[in-house]
Design a protein. Structure first.
Length: 527
Protein backbone atom coordinates (compact mmCIF):
# COMPACT_ATOMS: atom_id res chain seq x y z
CA UNK A 1 0.00 0.00 0.00
CA UNK A 2 1.82 3.09 -1.21
CA UNK A 3 0.66 6.66 -1.41
CA UNK A 4 1.69 8.87 -4.30
CA UNK A 5 1.63 12.17 -2.43
CA UNK A 6 5.12 13.54 -1.95
CA UNK A 7 6.16 14.17 1.62
CA UNK A 8 8.88 16.67 2.36
CA UNK A 9 11.82 15.33 4.30
CA UNK A 10 12.15 16.58 7.90
CA UNK A 11 14.79 19.17 8.58
CA UNK A 12 17.86 18.44 10.71
CA UNK A 13 16.19 20.32 13.57
CA UNK A 14 13.01 18.22 13.22
CA UNK A 15 15.06 15.03 13.25
CA UNK A 16 16.66 16.07 16.51
CA UNK A 17 13.28 16.59 18.16
CA UNK A 18 12.02 13.31 16.71
CA UNK A 19 14.96 11.49 18.29
CA UNK A 20 14.17 13.20 21.58
CA UNK A 21 10.52 12.12 21.30
CA UNK A 22 11.54 8.54 20.48
CA UNK A 23 13.91 8.48 23.47
CA UNK A 24 11.09 9.71 25.73
CA UNK A 25 8.78 7.00 24.44
CA UNK A 26 11.32 4.21 24.84
CA UNK A 27 12.16 5.35 28.37
CA UNK A 28 8.48 5.20 29.26
CA UNK A 29 8.26 1.74 27.70
CA UNK A 30 11.21 0.47 29.74
CA UNK A 31 9.75 2.13 32.85
CA UNK A 32 6.42 0.31 32.45
CA UNK A 33 8.19 -2.93 31.56
CA UNK A 34 10.68 -3.07 34.45
CA UNK A 35 8.31 -4.35 37.12
CA UNK A 36 9.28 -6.12 40.32
CA UNK A 37 8.21 -9.75 40.20
CA UNK A 38 5.23 -10.75 42.38
CA UNK A 39 6.22 -14.38 42.60
CA UNK A 40 3.57 -15.56 45.10
CA UNK A 41 0.70 -14.91 42.68
CA UNK A 42 2.34 -15.38 39.26
CA UNK A 43 3.06 -18.33 37.00
CA UNK A 44 6.79 -17.66 36.88
CA UNK A 45 7.85 -20.05 39.66
CA UNK A 46 6.12 -22.97 37.99
CA UNK A 47 7.68 -22.11 34.62
CA UNK A 48 11.15 -22.10 36.16
CA UNK A 49 10.61 -25.51 37.75
CA UNK A 50 9.06 -26.83 34.56
CA UNK A 51 12.24 -25.84 32.71
CA UNK A 52 14.43 -27.36 35.43
CA UNK A 53 12.57 -30.66 35.11
CA UNK A 54 13.15 -30.69 31.34
CA UNK A 55 16.84 -29.91 31.77
CA UNK A 56 17.27 -32.54 34.48
CA UNK A 57 15.20 -35.36 33.00
CA UNK A 58 15.73 -34.58 29.30
CA UNK A 59 12.05 -35.07 28.55
CA UNK A 60 8.89 -33.00 28.57
CA UNK A 61 6.26 -34.19 31.05
CA UNK A 62 2.84 -34.87 29.55
CA UNK A 63 0.96 -35.27 32.84
CA UNK A 64 0.28 -33.01 35.81
CA UNK A 65 3.37 -34.00 37.82
CA UNK A 66 3.22 -30.98 40.17
CA UNK A 67 -0.10 -31.90 41.83
CA UNK A 68 -0.96 -34.71 44.23
CA UNK A 69 -4.66 -34.49 43.41
CA UNK A 70 -4.43 -35.44 39.71
CA UNK A 71 -0.81 -36.44 39.00
CA UNK A 72 -1.78 -38.58 35.97
CA UNK A 73 -4.10 -36.04 34.37
CA UNK A 74 -2.96 -35.54 30.73
CA UNK A 75 -1.56 -32.11 30.04
CA UNK A 76 -0.10 -30.64 26.82
CA UNK A 77 3.05 -28.88 27.97
CA UNK A 78 2.86 -26.20 25.30
CA UNK A 79 5.31 -23.72 26.88
CA UNK A 80 8.15 -26.01 27.97
CA UNK A 81 10.78 -24.17 25.91
CA UNK A 82 9.98 -20.87 27.62
CA UNK A 83 10.41 -22.67 30.93
CA UNK A 84 13.85 -23.88 29.87
CA UNK A 85 14.87 -20.33 28.95
CA UNK A 86 13.55 -18.99 32.28
CA UNK A 87 15.32 -21.76 34.20
CA UNK A 88 18.66 -21.06 32.50
CA UNK A 89 18.40 -17.30 32.99
CA UNK A 90 17.42 -17.82 36.64
CA UNK A 91 20.32 -20.24 37.16
CA UNK A 92 22.94 -17.76 35.94
CA UNK A 93 21.47 -14.33 36.77
CA UNK A 94 18.62 -14.86 39.25
CA UNK A 95 15.40 -12.88 39.27
CA UNK A 96 17.13 -9.66 38.20
CA UNK A 97 18.18 -11.42 35.00
CA UNK A 98 14.58 -12.48 34.39
CA UNK A 99 13.44 -8.87 34.78
CA UNK A 100 16.09 -7.74 32.31
CA UNK A 101 15.03 -10.51 29.92
CA UNK A 102 11.48 -9.18 30.08
CA UNK A 103 12.64 -5.67 29.18
CA UNK A 104 14.89 -6.94 26.36
CA UNK A 105 12.19 -9.13 24.79
CA UNK A 106 9.77 -6.21 24.96
CA UNK A 107 12.19 -3.89 23.17
CA UNK A 108 12.94 -6.55 20.53
CA UNK A 109 9.19 -6.79 19.93
CA UNK A 110 8.39 -3.08 19.91
CA UNK A 111 11.27 -1.74 17.83
CA UNK A 112 10.57 -3.70 14.59
CA UNK A 113 6.89 -2.75 14.78
CA UNK A 114 7.84 0.86 15.33
CA UNK A 115 10.29 0.62 12.41
CA UNK A 116 7.52 -0.58 10.06
CA UNK A 117 5.20 2.18 11.26
CA UNK A 118 7.87 4.87 10.90
CA UNK A 119 8.96 3.73 7.44
CA UNK A 120 5.44 3.58 6.04
CA UNK A 121 3.79 6.50 7.83
CA UNK A 122 6.51 8.77 9.21
CA UNK A 123 7.92 9.28 12.68
CA UNK A 124 5.22 11.52 14.22
CA UNK A 125 2.33 9.17 13.47
CA UNK A 126 4.33 6.09 14.48
CA UNK A 127 5.29 7.60 17.84
CA UNK A 128 1.78 8.89 18.55
CA UNK A 129 0.21 5.49 17.90
CA UNK A 130 2.84 3.84 20.09
CA UNK A 131 2.19 6.23 22.96
CA UNK A 132 -1.55 5.57 22.77
CA UNK A 133 -0.93 1.81 22.79
CA UNK A 134 1.71 1.88 25.54
CA UNK A 135 -0.68 1.18 28.47
CA UNK A 136 -2.11 -1.80 26.56
CA UNK A 137 1.35 -3.23 25.94
CA UNK A 138 2.19 -2.66 29.62
CA UNK A 139 -0.94 -4.53 30.71
CA UNK A 140 1.02 -7.79 30.47
CA UNK A 141 4.25 -6.82 32.21
CA UNK A 142 4.89 -10.08 34.09
CA UNK A 143 7.51 -12.54 32.89
CA UNK A 144 5.34 -14.90 30.86
CA UNK A 145 5.75 -17.33 27.95
CA UNK A 146 3.26 -15.28 25.94
CA UNK A 147 5.95 -12.67 25.29
CA UNK A 148 7.63 -15.26 23.08
CA UNK A 149 4.44 -15.14 20.99
CA UNK A 150 4.61 -11.38 20.58
CA UNK A 151 8.27 -11.61 19.58
CA UNK A 152 7.73 -14.45 17.07
CA UNK A 153 4.65 -12.75 15.62
CA UNK A 154 6.65 -9.55 15.15
CA UNK A 155 9.45 -11.41 13.37
CA UNK A 156 6.99 -13.08 11.01
CA UNK A 157 5.08 -9.85 10.35
CA UNK A 158 8.34 -8.12 9.45
CA UNK A 159 9.20 -10.86 6.93
CA UNK A 160 5.71 -10.91 5.44
CA UNK A 161 5.53 -7.14 5.19
CA UNK A 162 8.90 -6.86 3.47
CA UNK A 163 7.84 -9.60 1.04
CA UNK A 164 4.56 -7.80 0.34
CA UNK A 165 6.39 -4.59 -0.40
CA UNK A 166 8.84 -6.37 -2.70
CA UNK A 167 11.81 -5.64 -0.47
CA UNK A 168 12.88 -9.23 0.22
CA UNK A 169 13.11 -12.33 -1.93
CA UNK A 170 10.64 -15.22 -1.40
CA UNK A 171 13.46 -17.40 -0.07
CA UNK A 172 13.43 -15.36 3.13
CA UNK A 173 9.95 -16.74 3.84
CA UNK A 174 11.72 -20.01 4.71
CA UNK A 175 12.53 -18.37 8.05
CA UNK A 176 8.83 -18.55 9.00
CA UNK A 177 8.66 -22.36 9.45
CA UNK A 178 11.91 -22.18 11.44
CA UNK A 179 10.39 -19.56 13.72
CA UNK A 180 7.30 -21.74 13.98
CA UNK A 181 9.31 -24.67 15.37
CA UNK A 182 10.50 -22.51 18.25
CA UNK A 183 7.13 -20.86 18.69
CA UNK A 184 5.06 -24.05 18.98
CA UNK A 185 7.26 -25.15 21.87
CA UNK A 186 7.37 -21.76 23.58
CA UNK A 187 3.72 -20.71 23.79
CA UNK A 188 0.29 -21.84 22.73
CA UNK A 189 -0.32 -18.73 20.63
CA UNK A 190 1.80 -20.15 17.80
CA UNK A 191 -1.38 -20.28 15.71
CA UNK A 192 -0.93 -16.54 15.19
CA UNK A 193 1.73 -17.51 12.66
CA UNK A 194 -0.98 -19.22 10.61
CA UNK A 195 -3.18 -16.11 10.88
CA UNK A 196 -0.39 -13.83 9.65
CA UNK A 197 0.51 -16.00 6.66
CA UNK A 198 -3.16 -16.49 5.80
CA UNK A 199 -3.86 -12.74 5.80
CA UNK A 200 -1.09 -12.00 3.30
CA UNK A 201 -1.87 -15.10 1.25
CA UNK A 202 -5.52 -14.07 0.87
CA UNK A 203 -4.46 -10.66 -0.42
CA UNK A 204 -1.92 -12.03 -2.90
CA UNK A 205 -4.32 -14.76 -4.08
CA UNK A 206 -7.10 -12.22 -4.62
CA UNK A 207 -4.86 -9.92 -6.63
CA UNK A 208 -3.41 -12.84 -8.60
CA UNK A 209 -6.87 -14.09 -9.54
CA UNK A 210 -8.85 -10.91 -10.07
CA UNK A 211 -6.37 -8.08 -10.38
CA UNK A 212 -5.37 -6.30 -13.56
CA UNK A 213 -3.88 -8.67 -16.11
CA UNK A 214 -0.51 -6.92 -16.05
CA UNK A 215 -0.18 -7.31 -12.28
CA UNK A 216 -1.19 -10.97 -12.04
CA UNK A 217 2.24 -12.19 -13.09
CA UNK A 218 3.69 -10.36 -10.07
CA UNK A 219 1.17 -11.61 -7.52
CA UNK A 220 0.90 -15.25 -8.61
CA UNK A 221 4.45 -16.24 -7.59
CA UNK A 222 4.02 -14.32 -4.33
CA UNK A 223 0.79 -16.18 -3.61
CA UNK A 224 2.44 -19.50 -4.43
CA UNK A 225 5.37 -18.73 -2.14
CA UNK A 226 3.02 -17.82 0.69
CA UNK A 227 0.97 -20.96 0.14
CA UNK A 228 4.06 -23.14 0.42
CA UNK A 229 5.14 -21.16 3.48
CA UNK A 230 1.77 -21.69 5.15
CA UNK A 231 1.87 -25.45 4.57
CA UNK A 232 5.46 -25.60 5.83
CA UNK A 233 4.48 -23.60 8.94
CA UNK A 234 1.72 -26.09 9.78
CA UNK A 235 4.04 -29.06 9.27
CA UNK A 236 6.75 -27.38 11.34
CA UNK A 237 4.25 -26.91 14.16
CA UNK A 238 3.95 -30.68 14.46
CA UNK A 239 7.51 -30.68 15.80
CA UNK A 240 6.49 -30.54 19.43
CA UNK A 241 6.45 -33.25 22.15
CA UNK A 242 2.68 -33.74 21.85
CA UNK A 243 2.64 -33.92 18.05
CA UNK A 244 -0.86 -33.53 16.63
CA UNK A 245 -2.34 -32.85 20.08
CA UNK A 246 0.09 -29.96 20.44
CA UNK A 247 -0.87 -28.62 17.02
CA UNK A 248 -4.60 -28.48 17.83
CA UNK A 249 -4.11 -27.30 21.43
CA UNK A 250 -4.78 -23.59 20.71
CA UNK A 251 -8.21 -24.48 19.36
CA UNK A 252 -9.32 -26.54 22.35
CA UNK A 253 -7.52 -24.95 25.31
CA UNK A 254 -10.14 -22.28 25.99
CA UNK A 255 -12.98 -24.38 27.30
CA UNK A 256 -15.27 -24.56 30.31
CA UNK A 257 -12.68 -25.07 33.01
CA UNK A 258 -15.15 -24.96 35.85
CA UNK A 259 -13.18 -21.96 37.13
CA UNK A 260 -13.47 -18.39 35.93
CA UNK A 261 -10.08 -16.96 34.94
CA UNK A 262 -10.37 -13.17 34.88
CA UNK A 263 -7.96 -12.62 31.99
CA UNK A 264 -9.98 -15.01 29.82
CA UNK A 265 -13.15 -12.95 30.20
CA UNK A 266 -14.31 -10.68 27.34
CA UNK A 267 -12.83 -7.20 27.46
CA UNK A 268 -16.22 -5.48 27.39
CA UNK A 269 -17.15 -7.30 30.61
CA UNK A 270 -14.09 -5.91 32.39
CA UNK A 271 -14.56 -2.44 30.91
CA UNK A 272 -17.83 -2.15 32.82
CA UNK A 273 -15.78 -1.96 36.01
CA UNK A 274 -14.89 1.67 36.81
CA UNK A 275 -11.49 0.62 38.18
CA UNK A 276 -10.45 -1.11 34.94
CA UNK A 277 -7.37 0.91 33.90
CA UNK A 278 -7.16 0.37 30.14
CA UNK A 279 -10.54 1.52 28.84
CA UNK A 280 -9.46 4.91 27.51
CA UNK A 281 -6.34 3.59 25.81
CA UNK A 282 -8.20 0.73 24.15
CA UNK A 283 -11.07 2.91 22.96
CA UNK A 284 -8.68 5.47 21.44
CA UNK A 285 -6.45 2.84 19.79
CA UNK A 286 -9.48 0.96 18.47
CA UNK A 287 -11.04 4.19 17.14
CA UNK A 288 -7.82 5.06 15.28
CA UNK A 289 -7.61 1.55 13.84
CA UNK A 290 -11.25 1.59 12.70
CA UNK A 291 -10.83 5.07 11.25
CA UNK A 292 -7.78 3.93 9.33
CA UNK A 293 -9.61 0.89 7.99
CA UNK A 294 -12.55 3.02 6.91
CA UNK A 295 -10.25 5.53 5.25
CA UNK A 296 -8.41 2.77 3.36
CA UNK A 297 -11.68 1.28 2.10
CA UNK A 298 -12.95 4.69 1.02
CA UNK A 299 -9.74 5.43 -0.90
CA UNK A 300 -9.93 2.03 -2.58
CA UNK A 301 -13.54 2.66 -3.61
CA UNK A 302 -13.08 6.21 -4.89
CA UNK A 303 -9.82 5.45 -6.70
CA UNK A 304 -10.89 2.04 -7.99
CA UNK A 305 -7.81 0.37 -6.54
CA UNK A 306 -7.22 -2.70 -4.41
CA UNK A 307 -7.68 -2.17 -0.69
CA UNK A 308 -4.92 -3.37 1.68
CA UNK A 309 -6.66 -6.70 2.32
CA UNK A 310 -3.95 -8.20 4.54
CA UNK A 311 -3.89 -5.16 6.82
CA UNK A 312 -7.67 -4.99 7.02
CA UNK A 313 -7.82 -8.67 7.99
CA UNK A 314 -5.13 -8.18 10.64
CA UNK A 315 -6.91 -5.09 11.97
CA UNK A 316 -10.12 -7.09 12.29
CA UNK A 317 -8.34 -9.97 14.01
CA UNK A 318 -6.38 -7.97 16.58
CA UNK A 319 -9.44 -5.85 17.35
CA UNK A 320 -11.59 -8.93 17.93
CA UNK A 321 -8.95 -10.75 20.02
CA UNK A 322 -9.33 -8.71 23.26
CA UNK A 323 -13.09 -8.58 22.82
CA UNK A 324 -12.95 -12.38 23.02
CA UNK A 325 -10.48 -12.51 25.94
CA UNK A 326 -8.98 -9.55 27.79
CA UNK A 327 -5.58 -11.27 27.98
CA UNK A 328 -5.12 -10.27 24.32
CA UNK A 329 -4.92 -6.55 25.10
CA UNK A 330 -1.13 -6.52 24.71
CA UNK A 331 -1.38 -8.32 21.36
CA UNK A 332 -3.82 -5.67 20.17
CA UNK A 333 -1.58 -2.89 21.52
CA UNK A 334 1.52 -4.14 19.72
CA UNK A 335 -0.11 -4.73 16.35
CA UNK A 336 -2.23 -1.59 16.38
CA UNK A 337 1.02 0.34 15.90
CA UNK A 338 2.17 -0.87 12.45
CA UNK A 339 -1.30 -1.75 11.13
CA UNK A 340 -2.81 1.55 12.28
CA UNK A 341 0.15 3.52 10.97
CA UNK A 342 -0.04 2.08 7.45
CA UNK A 343 -3.80 2.51 7.28
CA UNK A 344 -3.50 6.13 8.47
CA UNK A 345 -0.46 6.89 6.30
CA UNK A 346 -2.30 9.61 4.29
CA UNK A 347 -1.98 11.75 7.42
CA UNK A 348 1.79 11.59 7.18
CA UNK A 349 2.34 14.96 5.53
CA UNK A 350 -0.16 17.04 7.50
CA UNK A 351 0.77 15.42 10.80
CA UNK A 352 4.47 15.90 10.12
CA UNK A 353 3.88 19.61 9.58
CA UNK A 354 1.60 19.95 12.62
CA UNK A 355 4.07 18.19 14.91
CA UNK A 356 7.31 19.61 13.63
CA UNK A 357 10.02 20.71 16.03
CA UNK A 358 9.38 20.56 19.77
CA UNK A 359 5.66 19.99 19.29
CA UNK A 360 6.14 16.24 18.82
CA UNK A 361 7.74 15.47 22.22
CA UNK A 362 5.28 17.88 23.82
CA UNK A 363 2.38 15.99 22.22
CA UNK A 364 3.75 12.67 23.49
CA UNK A 365 4.22 14.11 26.98
CA UNK A 366 0.65 15.40 26.85
CA UNK A 367 -0.66 11.95 25.92
CA UNK A 368 1.36 10.39 28.75
CA UNK A 369 -0.03 12.89 31.28
CA UNK A 370 -3.57 12.35 29.99
CA UNK A 371 -3.15 8.60 30.43
CA UNK A 372 -1.93 9.12 33.98
CA UNK A 373 -4.80 11.48 34.79
CA UNK A 374 -7.34 8.91 33.53
CA UNK A 375 -6.18 6.27 36.07
CA UNK A 376 -3.90 7.92 38.66
CA UNK A 377 -4.45 5.23 41.29
CA UNK A 378 -3.40 2.44 38.96
CA UNK A 379 -0.26 4.22 37.77
CA UNK A 380 0.75 5.19 41.31
CA UNK A 381 0.46 1.50 42.24
CA UNK A 382 2.52 0.53 39.21
CA UNK A 383 5.16 3.10 40.12
CA UNK A 384 5.58 1.36 43.47
CA UNK A 385 6.39 -1.87 41.62
CA UNK A 386 9.00 -0.39 39.29
CA UNK A 387 12.36 -2.11 39.54
CA UNK A 388 14.27 -5.28 38.77
CA UNK A 389 14.09 -8.61 40.56
CA UNK A 390 11.65 -9.74 43.25
CA UNK A 391 9.31 -7.65 45.34
CA UNK A 392 10.59 -7.24 48.87
CA UNK A 393 9.69 -10.15 51.10
CA UNK A 394 8.26 -12.25 48.29
CA UNK A 395 10.04 -15.41 49.51
CA UNK A 396 9.41 -15.03 53.26
CA UNK A 397 6.54 -17.51 53.35
CA UNK A 398 8.56 -20.18 51.54
CA UNK A 399 11.50 -19.60 53.86
CA UNK A 400 9.16 -20.03 56.83
CA UNK A 401 7.59 -23.20 55.41
CA UNK A 402 10.93 -24.83 54.70
CA UNK A 403 12.67 -23.45 57.76
CA UNK A 404 10.05 -24.89 60.12
CA UNK A 405 9.96 -28.22 58.31
CA UNK A 406 6.24 -27.98 57.50
CA UNK A 407 4.74 -30.87 55.57
CA UNK A 408 1.73 -31.60 53.44
CA UNK A 409 -0.78 -32.54 52.33
CA UNK A 410 -1.20 -28.86 51.50
CA UNK A 411 -4.44 -27.13 50.75
CA UNK A 412 -3.81 -24.04 48.63
CA UNK A 413 -5.93 -21.79 46.48
CA UNK A 414 -5.65 -21.41 42.73
CA UNK A 415 -3.19 -18.57 42.26
CA UNK A 416 -0.53 -19.51 44.80
CA UNK A 417 0.09 -22.97 43.30
CA UNK A 418 2.92 -21.91 40.97
CA UNK A 419 4.71 -20.22 43.88
CA UNK A 420 4.53 -23.38 45.98
CA UNK A 421 5.79 -25.48 43.08
CA UNK A 422 8.81 -23.18 42.86
CA UNK A 423 9.64 -23.45 46.56
CA UNK A 424 8.56 -26.98 47.47
CA UNK A 425 8.73 -29.31 44.46
CA UNK A 426 9.56 -32.20 44.50
CA UNK A 427 9.40 -32.48 48.31
CA UNK A 428 5.76 -31.40 48.29
CA UNK A 429 3.10 -31.21 45.61
CA UNK A 430 0.18 -28.84 45.43
CA UNK A 431 -3.57 -29.25 45.73
CA UNK A 432 -4.10 -27.05 42.65
CA UNK A 433 -2.21 -24.51 40.57
CA UNK A 434 -3.16 -21.87 38.04
CA UNK A 435 -3.30 -24.14 34.97
CA UNK A 436 -7.04 -24.86 34.79
CA UNK A 437 -6.52 -27.04 31.72
CA UNK A 438 -4.36 -29.39 33.85
CA UNK A 439 -7.28 -30.38 36.12
CA UNK A 440 -10.74 -31.81 35.46
CA UNK A 441 -13.41 -29.13 35.24
CA UNK A 442 -15.51 -31.10 37.71
CA UNK A 443 -12.73 -30.84 40.31
CA UNK A 444 -12.45 -27.07 39.97
CA UNK A 445 -16.21 -26.52 39.86
CA UNK A 446 -17.43 -29.08 42.38
CA UNK A 447 -14.51 -29.31 44.81
CA UNK A 448 -12.06 -26.40 44.78
CA UNK A 449 -14.55 -23.55 44.64
CA UNK A 450 -17.27 -24.95 46.94
CA UNK A 451 -14.86 -26.04 49.67
CA UNK A 452 -13.84 -22.40 50.15
CA UNK A 453 -17.42 -21.27 50.68
CA UNK A 454 -19.29 -24.32 52.02
CA UNK A 455 -18.17 -25.67 55.40
CA UNK A 456 -19.76 -29.06 54.84
CA UNK A 457 -17.76 -29.58 51.64
CA UNK A 458 -14.61 -28.32 53.34
CA UNK A 459 -15.04 -30.84 56.18
CA UNK A 460 -15.64 -33.62 53.69
CA UNK A 461 -12.51 -32.83 51.68
CA UNK A 462 -10.42 -32.30 54.80
CA UNK A 463 -11.43 -35.74 56.08
CA UNK A 464 -10.72 -37.32 52.69
CA UNK A 465 -7.37 -35.66 52.07
CA UNK A 466 -6.06 -35.07 55.59
CA UNK A 467 -4.71 -31.57 55.03
CA UNK A 468 -1.80 -30.75 57.31
CA UNK A 469 -1.13 -27.18 56.13
CA UNK A 470 -3.00 -24.40 54.38
CA UNK A 471 -1.15 -21.91 52.20
CA UNK A 472 -3.47 -19.25 50.88
CA UNK A 473 -2.83 -16.25 48.63
CA UNK A 474 -4.56 -13.42 50.45
CA UNK A 475 -5.23 -11.15 47.46
CA UNK A 476 -6.78 -13.82 45.24
CA UNK A 477 -9.95 -15.49 46.40
CA UNK A 478 -13.04 -16.56 44.43
CA UNK A 479 -16.32 -14.72 45.08
CA UNK A 480 -17.76 -15.68 48.44
CA UNK A 481 -14.47 -17.06 49.74
CA UNK A 482 -13.27 -13.88 51.44
CA UNK A 483 -14.18 -15.29 54.85
CA UNK A 484 -12.44 -18.65 54.32
CA UNK A 485 -9.31 -17.56 56.16
CA UNK A 486 -11.42 -16.06 58.92
CA UNK A 487 -13.31 -19.31 59.40
CA UNK A 488 -10.09 -21.32 59.45
CA UNK A 489 -8.50 -18.90 61.94
CA UNK A 490 -11.45 -19.47 64.29
CA UNK A 491 -11.46 -23.20 63.66
CA UNK A 492 -10.03 -25.02 66.74
CA UNK A 493 -8.41 -27.56 64.43
CA UNK A 494 -6.18 -24.92 62.79
CA UNK A 495 -3.58 -22.40 63.93
CA UNK A 496 -2.38 -19.34 62.01
CA UNK A 497 1.43 -19.41 62.11
CA UNK A 498 2.46 -17.00 59.35
CA UNK A 499 0.94 -13.96 57.62
CA UNK A 500 2.47 -11.40 55.30
CA UNK A 501 1.08 -9.17 52.55
CA UNK A 502 1.06 -12.07 50.08
CA UNK A 503 0.32 -15.33 51.88
CA UNK A 504 -1.18 -16.81 55.04
CA UNK A 505 -0.01 -20.18 56.39
CA UNK A 506 -2.01 -22.31 58.82
CA UNK A 507 -1.12 -25.69 60.32
CA UNK A 508 -3.36 -28.35 61.74
CA UNK A 509 -3.18 -28.84 65.50
CA UNK A 510 -1.48 -32.21 65.72
CA UNK A 511 1.19 -33.63 67.98
CA UNK A 512 3.67 -33.31 65.14
CA UNK A 513 2.88 -29.63 64.67
CA UNK A 514 2.62 -28.76 68.38
CA UNK A 515 6.14 -27.19 68.65
CA UNK A 516 5.43 -25.01 65.61
CA UNK A 517 2.04 -23.92 66.94
CA UNK A 518 3.44 -23.17 70.38
CA UNK A 519 6.18 -20.95 68.98
CA UNK A 520 4.52 -19.28 66.02
CA UNK A 521 0.74 -19.12 66.53
CA UNK A 522 -0.46 -15.60 65.83
CA UNK A 523 -3.74 -15.73 67.71
CA UNK A 524 -7.28 -16.81 67.00
CA UNK A 525 -8.20 -13.88 64.77
CA UNK A 526 -8.75 -13.53 61.07
CA UNK A 527 -5.44 -12.87 59.27
Amino acid sequence: MRYARAVSAPTERDRGWQWAAAALLLLLFVYTRAQLLSLPTSDLGRHIVNGQVVLRQHEVAQTNLFSYTFPQFPFVNHHWLSGVVFALVYEFTGFVGLSLLQVLVGLCTLLPLLWIARREAGTPLALLLTMVALPLVASRSEVRPEHASYLCATAQLLLLWQHRQGRCAPRWLACIPLIQVLWVNAHVYFFLGFVLVAAFLIEEAARAGWGPAGARSTHRPRAAALGVTGIAAVVASLLNPAGLRGLVQPFVILQDYGYQVVENRPLLTLMRRPEFPFTESFVLSAALLVAGAGWALRRAWTRREWPPIALLLLALFVLAAPLFAARNLALFGYFSIPVGAVLLAPLRGSLGRALSGARLPLALAGLALAGYAAQPGYWRHQHGLTGLGLRAGALRSLEFFNGQGLRGPIFNNFDVGGFLIFGLYPKERVFVDNRPEAYPASFLREVLLPMQTDEEIWRREQARTGFNTIVYARDFAPPGAETFLGRRARDPEWAVVFVDEFVAILVRRTAQNAPIVERWELGRTSP
